[in-house]
Design a binder for this molecule. Structure first.
Ligand SMILES: Nc1nc2c(nc(Br)n2[C@@H]2O[C@H](CO)[C@@H](O)[C@H]2O)c(=O)[nH]1
Length: 232
């Protein structure tokens, strides 16, 4: 049957889904970390796979860039495919001096400049937050691996190239750790569906230091985060 964006049949997607932005990373994870991985979606090349890790069924699927894209794919996973947990594994730009390249940032909450929450007609400002059990499990796993983890607020922005150069300074003064473009939509969809979500990010660029990871270092950092998501 499927949906307008996902040709998977019901039952083909596991209860837990890892979600990188880039579908080619979903392919990479399926090929390098999962056993007996089977592709369940090729619509718009937003690749998704289901395989096993240490005997447990798990799926991995790209979510694309930005709130609208992740809003579509995660809504369908929760509502059409009975997915229970979605763990976004992505990358982000650092906003704080004490957040460094290769750090793992776990989004306790996701501030946003997106209008996504307007659909709920709430009498105030909704706080998009991670599921506590997933958060605790991820933080413990990162610590067991001796990696640096920062847990705090992130910014989910709808704009990558902002015409106003001062916006980052204003989020920075509020202690926001990093900026990306998807977490808030995932957290709002999970809250509305009564399901679980977590967003883990590796820092691949720094907005206040002229530092960037090489492609090799970016891949290494991503492998660490995949391992955390699989072992948590
Ligand atoms: N807006 C924004 N998004 C970023 C940044 N660094 C990274 Br990696 N991203 C993420 O990478 C994609 C944009 O390059 C989006 O999916 C974001 O989640 C950044 O400095 N700013």
């Amino acid at each position: 049957m499927g949906t307008p964006h996902n040709e998977a049949e019901k039952g083909e997607i596991a209860k837990r889904v890892l979600m990188p932005g880039d579908p080619l990373r979903a392919k990479y994870i399926a090929e390098h970390f999962l056993k007996d991985a089977v592709c369940f979606n090729t619509v718009r090349n937003m690749l998704g796979y289901t395989g096993t890790y240490k005997g447990e069924k798990i799926s991995v699927m790209g979510g694309g860039m930005g709130v609208p894209s992740v809003g579509i794919y995660t809504y369908e996973l929760y509502h059409e495919y009975e997915v229970e947990e979605i763990i976004r594994i992505g990358s982000a730009g650092a906003l704080q001096d004490d957040v460094d390249l290769r750090d793992v940032v776990i989004a306790v909450g996701a501030c946003t400049d997106s209008n996504y929450a307007a659909q709920y007609n709430l009498p105030g400002t909704f706080a998009p937050i991670a599921d506590y059990e997933l958060l605790e499990s991820a933080v413990n796993t990162v610590r067991e691996k001796g990696l640096t983890v920062r847990a705090g607020n992130v910014l989910t922005s709808d704009v990558f190239y902002n015409d106003d150069p001062t916006v980052n300074d204003r989020w920075r003064k509020m202690g926001v750790l990093a900026v990306e473009m998807e977490a808030a939509a995932l957290y709002m969809n999970a809250a509305r569906a009564g399901k679980k979500a977590l967003c883990m990010l590796t820092i691949s660029d720094h907005l206040y230091k002229d530092e960037k990871l090489s492609a090799r270092e970016r891949q290494l950092g991503f492998d660490n985060m995949i391992q955390i998501a699989l072992d948590m």
